[in-house]
Design a protein around this ligand. Structure first.
Ligand SMILES: [Zn+2]
Length: 315
């Protein structure tokens, strides 16, 4: 793979940068959370990156790209939202392989209860089998008979909630949690001391707003408050500038637009990241940089997809 990468680097005019993005790391595989890697999967992925690619700190990689000094097969590792598992499970593996990383932390959830999407996951995981009737909160009926039904229900409820007004979303979550009753796990997110420890161990902390809203659903004043506030709250914890930003949900035109790109620049960030697929080139807008993670379950295909992104033109 390293040789293929070197051959590709020789053929391409300039080296590109691929930024991979993770969210949670799981202790064990979970059929309800198929897109989240467990520790064993994360470990082979990190070993592969350490063996075959040049993994750089994100801020340094962007500076090297600007200076035309980016090495071939350049990769950066990022995590979104600020899950505790980044500290407890990912950090030891990153340290083992000597890999730098960046965590985009949603400041309002530090040490707090779970983010709304995880509250839906936990509730749907815990509901008894059968039919789920949510017509009283403006949604339909859902099946929880088989594992596949439960996964479909989870996907549909998560998708529907993403674009619900905050009050309606809270209404839905509280309804689901009431149906489950007691016993839901809490504490999935980083505590403040863990954020500080990640920073001390060389993991860069980036911002991801205060409460993870879909920015296009807010008026300009609220969007600006979320973008600036997330930065200021993290800077108060760390006592140093927070330089990088990731848009919540991250789809250009849907989750954020040019107003928010301007707000991020005006807030003093030096770069911002979307969830568009592809690699970063030197001439790209620094406030709309793509980020994606290969979904392949075999190391060869995972590495090969990264190499392909490193050579593909951005869409
Ligand atoms: Zn996020």
């Amino acid at each position: 793979m390293r040789n293929t990468g070197e051959a590709i680097a020789l053929l391409s005019r300039e080296n590109r940068l691929c930024v991979v993005n993770y969210h949670r790391i799981l202790e064990a595989p979970d059929p309800m959370l198929e897109s989240e890697p467990d520790v064993a999967t994360f470990r082979w992925q990190m070993r592969l990156l350490a063996d075959c690619f040049n993994v750089l700190p994100l801020h340094d990689a962007l500076a090297a790209l600007d200076a035309g000094q980016l090495p071939p097969r350049a990769i950066c590792i990022t995590f979104d939202d600020g899950y505790r598992s980044v500290h407890d499970l990912a950090l030891p593996i990153l340290q083992e392989f000597g890999l730098p990383a960046t965590v985009f932390v949603t400041s309002g959830y530090i040490g707090e209860r779970n983010m709304w999407n995880d509250r839906i996951i936990e509730a749907v995981q815990s509901l008894p089998p059968g039919q789920l009737d949510l017509s009283d909160v403006g949604l339909g009926a859902y099946s929880l008979r088989s594992l596949d039904d439960r996964k479909t229900t989870l996907d549909e409820l998560t998708e529907a909630s993403k674009y619900l007004p905050p009050k309606a979303r809270v209404g839905l979550i509280e309804r689901l949690e009431a149906l489950v009753g007691e016993g839901l796990a809490h504490g999935l997110m980083l505590r403040q001391d863990m954020v500080v420890n990640l920073d001390r161990k060389g993991v860069e902390i980036g911002a991801h707003t205060i409460s993870h809203p879909i920015l296009t659903s807010l008026d300009d004043g609220d969007a600006r408050f979320e973008i600036r506030g997330g930065k200021e709250e993290l800077e108060a914890i760390l006592g140093k500038p927070v330089r990088l930003f990731a848009y919540p949900n991250g789809k250009i035109g849907k989750d954020f637009d040019m107003r928010h790109v301007d707000m991020v620049r005006e807030a003093g960030f030096s770069a911002a990241f979307t969830t568009a697929v592809g690699a970063i080139t030197r001439d790209q807008n620094r406030f709309q940089l793509p980020r994606s993670r290969p979904w392949d379950s075999s190391p060869f295909l995972f590495g090969f997809r990264l190499l392909r992104w490193l050579t593909q033109s951005p869409p």
